[in-house]
Design a protein around this ligand. Structure first.
Ligand code: IDP
Ligand code: MG
Length: 138
């Protein structure tokens, strides 16, 4: 079954929004199958964002994502990757559609409150960085 990794990023953690955002996804009928709070170390952040290592914003992004503990979650269901991307909205909150999580909570293009996997293949790779298989309940 298709799965997606969601991270509640430091800007949302600092404003106490983890429960609100996870609740929104659950309220859309999405099935939560894994959940934990952790403080990513630099090595994990660099692996998670390896695809962006040549981008000008990479170092700042890694520094940001390790700046506070975060919440990591896995949702499961048919089409869940695309559905969560829709619910989150565009990367830049100022460009995100009305009613999306990033529009409602994001502060700027870096501090945009959430991460969500962009394909089922990347989701599986990302999930394996954060969860052991026996920590995912489906
Ligand atoms: P996504 O999170 O919507 O998939 P990506 O392009 O994969 O967006 O970028 C990963 C993360 O890097 C974004 O969520 C955001 O936090 C940060 N980011 C992306 N583009 C920029 C930028 O132009 N400036 C600063 N940070 C950026
Ligand atoms: Mg991405």
């Amino acid at each position: 079954m298709e799965r997606s990794l969601v991270l509640i990023k430091p800007d949302a953690m600092e404003r106490g929004l983890a429960g609100v955002i996870i609740g929104r996804l659950q309220g859309e009928g999405l099935k939560l199958v894994a959940l934990k709070m952790l403080h990513m170390d630099r090595a994990l952040a660099e692996r998670h964002y390896a695809i962006h290592k040549d981008k000008p914003f990479y170092k700042d992004l890694v520094d940001y994502i390790i700046s506070t503990p975060i919440v990591a979650a896995v949702f499961e269901g048919r089409g869940v990757v695309e559905r969560i991307r829709e619910l989150m909205g565009a990367t830049d909150p100022t460009r995100a559609a009305a009613g999306t999580i990033r529009k409602d909570f994001g502060l700027d293009v870096q501090r945009n409150s959430t991460h969500a996997s962009d394909s089922p293949e990347n989701a599986e790779k990302e999930i394996s960085l954060f969860f052991k298989e026996n920590e995912v309940f489906d």
